[in-house]
Design a protein around this ligand. Structure first.
Ligand code: SF4
Ligand code: SF4
Length: 153
C-alpha cells in the first residue's frame, strides 16, 4: 500500500529538502561503510522506498543502522544529503509510534560513545604509543602484533 503524500511530508521537513533530487545512482550505497558490512542496509533503496510512498520504511530497523559518517553526503552527485533524510525518517518513526523515543536516545548515545572510543583509541596510540584497551585486544590482535613488530624493526 503506497502513500503518495509520504514523500512530500519527508521533503518538507528540515533535512529532507533534497529528496526529489535523487536519481537513484547508488553512489551513497557504494560509499557507505555500514552497507559494506550489513547488506540489509541500502541507502539508495531507502530513498527509493520513500519516493515510492512506501511508509513501511518507518517501521524498519534499517533506518537506525546509519553511523552518521556523512560519506554519502560528500559523494552524492545530486546533493540529496541522505544522512539528513534519514534523520527525518527517524523523527517520523518516533512520532508515528514505530519506536519509543528512548530507543532513539539509546542509539544517539551509542553513536556518541563510539566517537568517544575512537577519540580515546587514537589518543592512546599517539600519546602512549600503546593500545590500552585490553577488552578489544582480541579484535585487533594480529594488527597489534604487527605494530609491535614494526616498532622493533
Ligand atoms: S542519494 Fe545521491 S548518491 Fe544516493 S542514489 Fe540518490 S543521487 Fe545517488
Ligand atoms: S552517513 Fe550513514 S548512510 Fe551515509 S555513508 Fe555514513 S553510515 Fe552510510
Amino acid at each position: 500500500m503506497y502513500d503518495m503524500s509520504f514523500r512530500y511530508e519527508v521533503a518538507h521537513r528540515p533535512g529532507g529538502e533534497g529528496l526529489f533530487l535523487c536519481f537513484s545512482c547508488g553512489v551513497c550505497t557504494a560509499t557507505c561503510p555500514v552497507a559494506e558490512v550489513e547488506e540489509e542496509f541500502n541507502p539508495r533503496r531507502i530513498i527509493h522506498q520513500v519516493l515510492l510512498g512506501d511508509r513501511s520504511v518507518l517501521a524498519s530497523r534499517t533506518i537506525w543502522m546509519c553511523a552518521a559518517c556523512f560519506r554519502c553526503v560528500a559523494h552524492c552527485p545530486q546533493g540529496v544529503e541522505f544522512a539528513n533524510v534519514l534523520q527525518v525518517l527517524r523523527e517520523m518513526a518516533v512520532e508515528e509510534g514505530h519506536v519509543p523515543l528512548t530507543w532513539k536516545q539509546i542509539i544517539e548515545d551509542l553513536d556518541s560513545r563510539t566517537q568517544r572510543l575512537r577519540r580515546d583509541v587514537i589518543a592512546s596510540l599517539w600519546e602512549k604509543r600503546a593500545f590500552t584497551f585490553p577488552e578489544y585486544e582480541d579484535l585487533w590482535k594480529e594488527r597489534l602484533e604487527g605494530g609491535r613488530h614494526g616498532e622493533n624493526t
